[in-house]
Write a protein that binds this ligand. Sequence first.
Ligand code: SF4
Length: 278
Amino acid sequence: MSQYYKPHRKVDWNYGGPRWRLSRSKIDLFIQCPRCFYIDNKLGTARPPGFPFNLNSAVDKLLKKEFDIHRNSKSTHPLMSKYGVDAIPFEHKKMDTWRENFKGIDCFHAPTGFTVSGAIDDVWVSPKGELHIVDYKATSKDEEVTLDAEWQDGYKRQMEVYQWLFRQNEFTVSDMGYFVYANGRTDTEAFDGKLEFDVKVIPYVGKADWIDGTLLEIKACLDADVIPKTGEACDYCTYRKAVGEVLQPFIKKDVGSSKISKAKSKDSEDSHEQSLFR
Ligand code: SF4
């Protein structure tokens, strides 16, 4: 078994256990597929994780460092000036915790009893003291980066959950959030050990009114003893079904051979017992 993937999690981490929390990414998994969400959170078997995107993590880390310089000096980053954002990076004693995976910012949601959490990239603050949630993204594509693709709806939900979490923690949060989008250029003459990026700030007006209703749906899903429906057009399930089909003949053979081997081992146990009483 891979050292990275443990298919059966300790029950403490499952729904009902003392360590279970509803993270932002779990909310998104529920929206994509209630069945996989249920298998993960209630039954304790998550899908294998994807391979880590080390280049994206490096961009995140460097952007954090860069905005931290302006956080410390209480100054506007040139990108904020370029895109007309009247704000500076927000300074708060919990900033490092809010950014840490598996910690982040959290809140207790009384109607469901859930602790909901999420780890942010950044927060900016306007002169009026209103917070703007900021998320860093990295990609490499020839065309201009936008938020228009259907698969980017997850990015928008991510922003909205963060806005909601900060509001639950009594902060004044603007609906206006920002994506700092770094696009790796492939039109340079040569690699020369350097990857250059065009960095763009894309504003997004969040609408977090779906979250309370979704949390109630998640609670109903987790409290039920039925396996919920699957999401649409999922390659994982198509793969699982296809594998099940091609393995069927082998499974039948296996059952047959295991019956034979059980019978054989029963015989040998019997003969072993007989030999003891002889
Ligand atoms: S449809 Fe996909 S996401 Fe849903 S249960 Fe199947 S594998 Fe999981």
